[in-house]
Design a protein around this ligand. Structure first.
Ligand code: PEP
Ligand code: MG
Length: 552
């Protein structure tokens, strides 16, 4: 077993700091043969449905109850029986039906994955039912793990049935290797009000019983933490909670300067989460996230329905929709079929008009249609715009669909350095600091070996942002930030000091950023920004800015 690093990183999905021994939930799916006839499978499915119904009745947590009830209904859905029955002859007892059962469930799973977002994460429900069915038919059902003392629960992924089987009143935190912000683990942890981290790779390599500190805000797990580090994080967490709770309403600096605090989202669920987090709107709707599993282009009508799930919760608010940023780290099967040697620098984002022009035109049509009849302030922007000509092309096309506010992401060095001409073609700009940092620093944003380079604190990145923000100011055009940098309270203040006027981030980051910004005025942000761009390294920029900005 390799020795994992002392700090493991994932995505913090429920804030809080917990310290304790880990207990691994290992879902061993038996590979035993599953002898059965279609009738036996049918009867076993009914029993699985009943088990899930019982678990729903016994579990205390409302969200787990809802999911378990929904699963029990899925298990008893005649369509499942039909799909399995279609693969087998009635009345024959087969020596092993495992592959047929898995394939039948697979068909339904694919359909959910193709819709993407919330539905894709619900595909785990089908896995859960399938595994229970196989276990029942092969006689390998287990009771699951029983928690009897305070424990940090660690798993590859947790299903609601796992959480029902676990006595979660002993769970101090949940940490899973897989899953996203809307996975069951995240939902259950937020419901329980305990810290949770998803996508934490390496966590299953730790030995059972290892003492760790899980920080659900930072998305970090520290093994064998020192007393001092625990104390430091807990004090910080308490202070952050107190400050975040004490500041509500629209974002503003200490001197009253308004700063719109918007949320990033990828689907209807994210839009609802943005409202609960107090976002003043959506600053980045990553439309491509809806289509990552789509092998064919969704029709305009299908797209309209999906976009409406994001627009509807946002009545009365701004929604900035980004056209498909397909390619590179987010390939969409129906549009990025060609192998590229260097996809981050290849045909991605708006450049796809070179190869799949119609896809982007149809998307603009769907976005404009979807917003009709819903009272939102619709802004639409294109990703990876590099030149004034591309900006003009996008603006002309978007306006031809009646879209009033058209803008561009500023996420390439060319667009930033040439922003006076690029932004002249559109109504607004939005810094994509994730890509802008990767391109300015010539360092792959996905390569953890280069993480010291891919920080937006680097003065070279901050100077590039400064050039474009100044150009936007001179053109009197709004410019925001929608990359990860906006979620870091001190960096957010520096960005405002550089001339940015709105910030968009994960909903979970909003209250903390709002709280911090209420403690600093614009002049202080500007002074911190000046110091930061004069630094020689990212570390120095951060340290100098923090010295001026103060706070935690
Ligand atoms: C960015 O590049 O900063 C951005 C917001 O877009 P994405 O992360 O989706 O590429
Ligand atoms: Mg980007």
């Amino acid at each position: 077993m390799s020795i994992p690093p002392a700090t493991l990183s994932g995505i913090g999905v429920s804030p809080g700091v917990a310290v304790g021994p880990i207990r691994k939930v290992i879902n061993v799916v038996s590979t035993d043969a599953v002898p059965a006839s279609p009738r036996q499978i049918f009867e076993a499915l009914i029993l699985v449905g009943e088990d899930l119904e019982r678990a729903a009745a016994n579990v205390e947590l409302d969200v787990a109850k809802e999911v378990l009830s929904a699963q029990s209904m899925i298990a008893q859905d005649p369509a499942l029986v039909e799909a399995i029955g279609a693969r087998l002859d009635q009345d024959i007892i087969y020596p092993d039906t495992r592959a047929d059962i898995v394939a039948a469930f697979g068909g339904f799973k694919e359909a959910l994955l193709a819709i993407g977002g919330y539905f894709a994460e619900r595909a785990a429900d089908l896995d859960e039912i399938c595994n229970r069915l196989l276990a029942k038919l092969s006689g390998t059902e287990s009771e699951g793990l029983v928690l009897t003392s305070p424990t940090i629960v660690v798993a590859e992924d947790l299903t609601p049935a796992d959480t029902a089987a676990l006595n979660l009143k002993f769970a101090l935190a949940l940490v899973v290797e897989k899953g996203g912000p809307t996975s069951h683990t995240a939902i259950v942890a937020r419901g329980l009000g305990i810290p949770a981290i998803v996508g934490c790779s390496g966590i299953m390599q730790l030995e059972d019983g290892t003492n760790v500190m899980a920080d659900g805000r930072a998305g970090e797990v520290v093994t064998s933490p020192s007393e001092a580090s625990i104390h430091e994080r807990q004090i910080r967490e308490d202070a952050l909670r107190a400050r975040a709770a004490s500041v509500t309403g629209p974002g503003r600096l200490a001197d009253g300067t308004p700063v719109k605090l918007l949320a990033n989202c990828g689907d209807g669920d994210g839009s609802v989460a943005a409202v609960s987090a107090g976002a003043e709107g959506i600053g980045l709707f990553r439309t491509e996230l809806l289509f990552l599993d789509s092998v064919t282009e969704p029709s305009v009508e299908e797209q309209i329905q999906m976009y409406r799930t994001v627009f509807t919760p946002m009545v009365g608010k701004r929604v900035v929709v980004r056209t498909l940023d397909a390619g590179s780290d987010k390939p969409v099967p129906y549009i990025n079929a060609i192998h590229e040697e260097n996809p981050a620098l290849g045909v991605r984002g708006w450049r796809l008009t070179r190869t799949s022009d119609g896809v982007l035109t149809r998307q603009l049509d769907a976005i404009a249609e979807a917003a009709k009849g819903i009272e939102i302030d619709l802004w639409v922007m294109a990703p990876m715009i590099n030149t004034p000509a591309e900006a003009a092309d996008f603006a002309q096309r978007a306006r031809s669909f009646g879209i009033k506010h058209v803008g561009v992401m500023v996420e390439t060095p060319a667009a930033a350095i040439h922003a006076d001409r690029v932004l002249a073609e559109v109504d607004f700009g939005s810094f994509g600091t994730n890509d802008l940092t990767q391109y300015v620093m010539a360092s792959d944003r996905l390569d953890s070996r280069l993480s010291d380079m891919t920080t937006s604190w680097h003065p070279a990145v901050l100077r590039t942002i400064h050039i474009a923000a100044q150009a936007a100011g001179q053109l009197i055009k709004p410019i925001g930030v929608c990359g990860e940098a906006a979620a870091n309270p001190h960096l957010a203040a520096v960005l405002l000091g550089l001339g940015v006027n709105s910030l968009s981030m994960a909903p979970s980051a909003i209250s903390e950023v709002r709280g911090f910004l209420s403690t600093v005025d614009l002049a202080t942000c500007q002074a911190a920004a000046q110091r930061a761009i004069g630094a020689v390294s990212a570390q120095e920029a951060e340290a100098l800015a923090k010295e001026i900005l103060g706070g935690i």
